[in-house]
Design a protein. Structure first.
Lengths: 324, 313
């Protein structure tokens, strides 16, 4: 690296996130990058010796930015996470230390909503199962593939009516679904029916789409009771966080026919979904890819650079996490 | 009415079959070991034919049934029925419009999502146990993509409404421009394809629309374009489609129908950017019952000299 690199603002990258891997060269031409994953030093040593004066960190959505890690970044003033979710960051500690946090905000909402709808159509209409059936050469021998279920008229309950939940609702309305929701706060400007708790929502719906953030309150919120309330024809779509569902109970309910199917992009212990799911035809599984489109990654790169540039020139961040 | 002979051409729905059996004198064409002999013996008592998208009332069959009064089809498509012969002989024809419109449109959008977001491929990847953190492949965003619809009838319009909810600009080709829509009209399918990211076949199959998606159209759609066929197999030049996909000249395809169902070109089986379904666009429990009820309703109306519910001829 030439002397030019010394003048670039320094950031530490934790993860590394997918967007960094894709845009590595571009990031490196704008910032001096600390790369702990390339070092053999254990993280605390690396941070203590190299990141003592680092002002900004770029971290992935899965990276646990705990108080312990933050303690080794004494000069940190900014965390930019590439995710919309914040459950991996100790926000209390950030607030205490005066560290600003920027995130992806509503940026991915369309892509995530698209996947939620795709998973739901797939489960109800057996697209992945049908594709397997044809590509395994079975159609000529078995002329009648099992019937699916109509989307129109289904009562869809959205858990968490934030940006993603609203985009899901807008799409599913066009398919003729009846939308209701359960959210921390009732939304005064929407015409959808609100239920005060998830159990009541499930009792009045055929489909649950989980669009909420992962917090202490939402941890394993979808438990056996909720699934039984949803009923034997019920379908669950999860594009939020795996831990919102009690995955062991989900597996039991699916195996016992207490619910009819599930479309899952997230799991309690990624990348290891419960293996019983692999045997089921009425589930569609996805490896936490809801935001991984070319368009989103390109836009995310721009957003991250915009936030970092703003920070290093003392301007307001583009997508700062709002105070609750 | 159980003296009235009804000929069902192939197995299509258990509920429909049972009800036909209850209400009429049902003949199951597919169980006859010698169909010529069967017709010779029973032709005179057959006054109705029930067909579907697989097996229809051809000119030969119509000619072999001198007492035929009505063909009540378990499908909305009429391409397997010789409509000219029916008109000539005064045979009524009914189909099953409207009840399946939503399901077909739902599946068209489902296929777009499945192809662009690689949903089926992702499922295969996870089930294989190969998922490793940090291992990722980018897919293509669907929202905002330009959707071009061939045929803006009931199904085409329903596809358009759903696409709008994804902020997709919608354009179409039709025999003539529609006065009451705001969607962009193109006067040729090739022009429509040039201006679309996703091209959907949603028109009726006629001699004019056979191979409406040909090499020129596939070239216009291009290496990032996606073809969705929820019409009929013969709408698309299948051989050209296969080579375009295999050679990477077309970005992807979601196909519910094929030229010679249930045969599907095996070259497509290994392609990640292709989703194949066994002609299931109207295949939901709810809709098949509604379709069956329409078939039964049309037959009952005809044989009670009442107005047909959904006549075509």
């Amino acid at each position: 690296m030439g002397s030019g690199a010394e003048q670039l603002p320094e950031i530490i990258v934790l993860g590394p996130p997918a967007v960094f891997e894709i845009y590595d060269e571009q990031f490196s031409s704008r910032f001096r990058i600390l790369r702990p994953w390339e070092s053999e030093e254990p993280l605390p040593h690396f941070l203590a010796s190299r990141a003592h004066t680092t002002l900004a960190a770029l971290c992935s959505g899965g990276y646990p930015l705990s108080a312990a890690v933050l303690a080794n970044l004494p000069s940190l003033r900014l965390v930019v996470t590439t995710s919309a979710g914040l459950d991996h960051i100790d926000l209390t500690e950030c607030r205490r230390r005066g560290i600003a946090v920027a995130y992806a905000g509503n940026f991915f909402s369309a892509d995530v909503a698209d996947l939620a709808v795709g998973l739901l159509v797939d489960v109800l209409r057996k697209m992945t199962a049908g594709n397997r059936f044809v590509k395994n050469g079975l159609w000529p021998h078995k002329p009648h593939f099992p019937l699916g279920f109509k989307l129109g008229g289904k009562r869809v309950g959205i858990v968490g009516l934030g940006s993603i939940g609203l985009e899901v609702a807008k799409r599913l309305e066009a398919f003729g679904c009846a939308i209701s929701y359960h959210s921390r706060k009732e939304k005064p400007f929407v015409s959808y029916t609100s239920y005060p708790d998830i159990h009541e929502l499930a009792s009045n719906c055929d489909v649950l789409v989980l669009c909420c953030s992962l917090t202490e309150q939402t941890h394993q919120m979808v438990n056996r009771e909720v699934m039984l309330a949803l009923g034997k024809d019920g379908v669950i779509v999860n594009i939020s966080r795996g831990a919102v569902i009690d995955e062991k109970e989900l597996v039991s309910c699916l195996l016992q026919g207490e619910i009819a199917g599930a479309g899952l992009d997230v799991f309690e212990h990624e990348p290891r979904p419960s293996p019983e799911l692999y045997q089921l035809d009425n589930v569609v599984l996805s490896p936490h890819t809801a935001v991984l489109t070319e368009e989103s990654m390109e836009g995310l790169y721009q957003l991250i650079c915009g936030n970092l540039d703003a920070f290093f020139t003392d301007k307001p961040l583009l997508s700062q996490v709002p105070d609750e | 009415m159980d003296a009235i002979g009804v000929l069902m051409l192939c197995p299509m729905n258990n509920y429909l079959e049972q009800e036909l059996d209850k209400r009429f004198n049902l003949f199951r064409y597919w169980t006859q070991p010698n169909q010529t002999e069967f017709l010779a013996q029973h032709a005179d008592s057959i006054r109705a034919v029930v067909g579907n998208s697989t097996a229809g009332a051809s000119a030969d069959l119509i000619d072999a049934l001198p007492k035929l009064e009505i063909v009540s089809n378990f499908s909305v498509g009429l391409d397997k029925i010789d409509l000219t012969r029916c008109k000539e002989k005064g045979v009524r024809v009914t189909n099953t419009p409207d009840v399946l419109t939503d399901d077909v449109a739902d599946l068209a959008i489902g296929l777009m999502l499945a192809v662009l977001r690689r949903i089926c491929q992702c499922d295969k990847y996870v089930r294989s146990g190969a998922w490793k953190l940090g291992d990722f492949r980018l897919t293509t965003k669907f929202s905002g993509k330009r959707v071009g619809i061939i045929g803006l009838g009931r199904i085409g319009l329903a596809v358009a409404e759903r696409a709008e909810a994804f902020d997709c600009p919608v354009s179409y080709y039709s025999r003539s421009k529609k006065a009451d829509t705001n969607y962009t009209y193109y006067g040729s399918v090739a022009e429509l394809a040039s201006n679309s990211d996703v091209l959907v076949v949603a028109c009726a199959l006629t001699p004019e629309t056979t191979h409406v998606v040909n090499r020129e159209v596939l070239d216009a759609l291009g290496p990032k374009g996606v073809l969705i066929n929820i019409g009929r197999g013969p709408h698309v030049d299948e051989a050209e489609l296969v080579s375009a996909l295999v050679e990477g000249r077309l970005g992807g395809a979601g196909l519910d129908v094929f030229e010679k169902e249930p045969q599907v070109p095996e070259e497509l089986f290994g392609l990640e950017n292709v989703v194949l379904l066994p002609h299931v666009a109207s295949g939901t429990e709810e809709t098949r019952i509604a379709m069956a009820d329409l078939v039964l309703g049309n037959l009952e109306a005809h044989f009670s000299s009442k107005a047909l519910l959904t006549p075509v001829v």
